[in-house]
Design a protein around this ligand. Structure first.
Ligand code: GLC
Ligand code: MG
Length: 244
């Protein structure tokens, strides 16, 4: 790879999950730091991702996208990039909460997993019709919100336009990368939006949930290895193609 690529990767279930494979990826990446810039994108918040960086072999990234695309932090800066929040118009968390409270299938996640831009619930094995119904209900009441369902358990409601995909596009622009130089990696539903960004290339790890396994596109590589091993073979795949 002569060009520099930007790798935007999910953390839990994608980079984390197999320590030996992460060590292997880390070793490979350490020799290519000048050609691969790294951004983490997690459903967790910035401080929690920092804790994982401190306690595992995860390399230090250039930036961290936290809260399912709702906060974008340059690595080392406690305050998120303000510009990103300017696009969150028409977001009414109190109104959204009231709509969700009427559904006994949903239990709010603990307070430390909530923010002013991310309302999260647990709801087990919800069918796609339920998610669609919820989305329609919110639209009907005029709330500009987006429902994201992951791992048959986690339901996040985010301001319209905020997700891991749009946040990845935002940080790519901020770091001055063209969309075709971005490679995204993931394992579950909240990562789907990254794979839907036009021109991004993708890596789906072998342990991914069905919502990502179903992706079919020449721009999406389905790794035969799980976790960081899948990211490693995926990056090797894309780098050999990009090197031409
Ligand atoms: C992380 C977050 C949780 C969210 C889930 C899926 O586990 O902590 O709040 O629901 O990701 O996005
Ligand atoms: Mg994950």
């Amino acid at each position: 790879m002569d060009r520099t690529n930007l790798v935007v990767s999910d953390v839990d279930g994608t980079l984390l999950g197999d320590d030996a494979a992460l060590a292997e990826l880390r070793n490979w990446y350490d020799q290519r730091r000048d050609r691969l810039k790294l951004v983490y994108s997690s459903g967790r918040f910035y401080q929690s991702v920092l804790e994982s960086i401190r306690t595992t072999l995860l390399p230090e990234p250039s930036a961290v996208i936290g809260g399912v695309g709702t906060d974008v932090h340059i690595f080392g800066k406690d305050t998120p990039l303000e510009d990103w929040h300017y696009s969150f118009n028409g977001w009414d968390p109190a109104g959204v909460r009231a709509v969700l409270a009427a559904h006994p299938e949903l239990q709010p996640q603990p307070d430390h997993l909530q923010s002013r831009h991310k309302l999260s619930y647990y709801g087990y094995d919800l069918p796609p019709e339920f998610i669609e119904h919820l989305q329609h209900q919110l639209e009907h009441r005029g709330y500009l919100a987006n429902v994201v369902y992951s791992s048959q358990r986690d339901l996040d409601v985010l301001p319209r336009g905020a997700n891991k995909g749009t946040a990845a596009a935002f940080i790519a622009r901020h770091l001055e990368f063209a969309a075709e130089d971005v490679i995204v990696c993931g394992d579950s539903g909240n990562d789907l939006a990254m794979f839907q960004q036009p021109q991004f290339r993708g890596i789906v790890v072998a342990n991914a949930h069905p919502e990502l396994k179903a992706l079919k596109s020449p721009r999406v590589y389905h790794a035969l290895r799980p976790y960081a091993g899948g990211v490693l073979v995926g990056l090797q795949h894309w780098s050999s193609l990009l090197e031409g």
